[in-house]
Design a protein around this ligand. Structure first.
Ligand code: ZN
Length: 431
């Protein structure tokens, strides 16, 4: 009977060392070892969110759609228990259906989920649910219980770290990955559902939208959901028939006469562009799978078909360019990656690929410009190593040395780390 005792000791420990605060959404008091205040919470979200978005494919390059999703999101967030957070809503360019909220009000919905919705009320239900997680501080509670809190506090305290791939940038990356990977408990999901329904009704939407969208999820799950659903939305937001029924009952009990809008036509107009690229992205996703298996010929063939259908999608051209790069066709890689960067300069991966091509072709200055941008968007080991090489080749010895050393420290046992250590030693004037 060691387990209950250990748990008991743990909770005493929390009582002694921890603080107590009232949760804004639930009114319940919260125990925690350390409390993160609102300002810290926003700062964490601000640091981790852009990196999380980059890791998932960057933002969909459609400003009108982004404005629309922000309008709908703000409408529900402003009637939540935490209306004053600096909410931001992003559409992430990922086919796997998903939505997530980071601490501080940074909320994302994927292209793959958005194209599956039928009306604005469903969108409001999804964003309201995520705003519910934010209001009830679910992500922060999860952090406070786990190792992520220490990481978060380190990231917050390291404000003076300026290095392109210094410890701060690496820790922010780990924090983003850790937060993205966190799943919620069943009770947290139900709470976010109820809060989301409250918000959408207050914002003038028909709560039927919440049931419609969950009914759709349930049918996906029941029909043996495609892997994309299981690795996306259903993994981080556990879903069940009970949850769907609980929401039906909650609406019947609390909003029996609610009217409100579904706004199907407005929604259809705004996502028309996204729906047009749907087929192209289905081809792109199959190409990505081939590329992962090392079947470059088949991958390139499908990327080309995808690019023919949607020639202005930077992500598709990035995939194509990177496949050419792996196939060692540098000129085809350069053509497609340069076009991807022209269409959307704010994606770390196309910048990384283009920087690599420039290095290979002897244009070190061009390489540095693209790799610095890539590292600013998302610090990666590969980007750090290549940028150090670019600094070395443009005669910036000190910067090259620091960056090689940072990569070597971050990846001491890996090939890249070992190579970086060797190049740092071999730099002229270094012992
Ligand atoms: Zn959820």
């Amino acid at each position: 009977m060691m387990r209950p005792l250990a748990l008991c000791l743990l909770s005493i420990c929390l009582l002694v060392a921890g603080g107590c605060a009232v949760n804004p959404a639930t009114g319940r008091s919260e125990l925690a070892l350390l409390q993160i205040n609102d300002r810290q919470e926003v700062a964490l979200g601000e640091k981790a969110f852009p990196q999380a978005v980059q890791k998932m494919g960057g933002e969909v390059n459609d400003p009108a759609l982004e404005n629309y999703v922000n309008e709908v999101g703000l409408r529900v967030a402003r009637v939540s228990q935490r209306p004053d957070l600096p909410y931001h809503f992003a559409v992430v360019n990922d086919s796997s259906p998903n939505a997530f909220a980071l601490p501080g009000g940074f909320i994302a919905i994927t292209r793959g989920l958005l194209v599956n919705l039928d009306n604005e009320a469903e969108l409001a239900a999804i964003l309201g649910h995520e705003a519910g997680h934010v209001s009830a501080r679910h992500a922060v509670q999860g952090m406070q219980r786990g190792m992520l809190l220490n990481l978060g506090l380190t990231v917050l305290s390291g404000a003076t770290d300026q290095a392109a791939y210094g410890p701060l940038a690496q820790q922010a990356g780990q924090l983003a990955a850790g937060l993205l990977d966190k799943s919620y408990s069943r009770e947290q999901e139900r709470e976010a559902d109820r809060l989301g329904i409250d918000y959408m009704v207050r914002a003038g939407y028909d709560p039927a939208g919440a049931v419609q969208v969950q009914d759709f999820f349930y049918r996906k799950l029941e029909g043996g959901a495609e892997p994309q659903w299981l690795t996306g939305l259903f993994r981080t937001h556990p879903f069940s028939r009970e949850r769907l029924q609980a929401n039906r009952q909650y609406i019947a009990a609390n909003y029996p006469a609610a009217g409100g809008r579904l706004a199907s036509e407005a929604f259809a107009r705004k996502v028309a562009g996204l729906k047009k690229t749907r087929e192209a992205y289905a081809l792109y996703d199959r190409a990505e799978a081939f590329k992962k298996e090392g079947k470059l010929g088949q991958a390139i063939n499908l990327y080309l078909q995808a690019a023919a259908r949607a020639p202005d999608e930077a992500l598709i051209l990035t995939g194509l360019g990177m496949a050419y790069l792996q196939a060692e066709d540098l000129s085809a890689a350069r053509l497609n990656l340069a076009q991807a960067v022209r269409l959307d300069g704010d994606y770390f991966y196309s910048r990384l690929g283009l920087g690599y091509v420039h290095l290979q072709q002897g244009d070190a200055a061009g390489a540095v410009a693209n790799l610095e941008k890539s590292m600013e968007l998302l610090p990666t080991l590969q980007g750090g190593y290549l940028l150090a090489e670019g600094y070395e080749k443009t005669g910036r010895r000190q910067k090259a040395l620091e960056l090689y050393q940072a990569v070597a420290q971050a990846n001491p046992q890996g090939d890249l780390g070992k190579a970086a250590a060797a190049r740092a030693k071999a730099l002229p004037g270094t012992r």
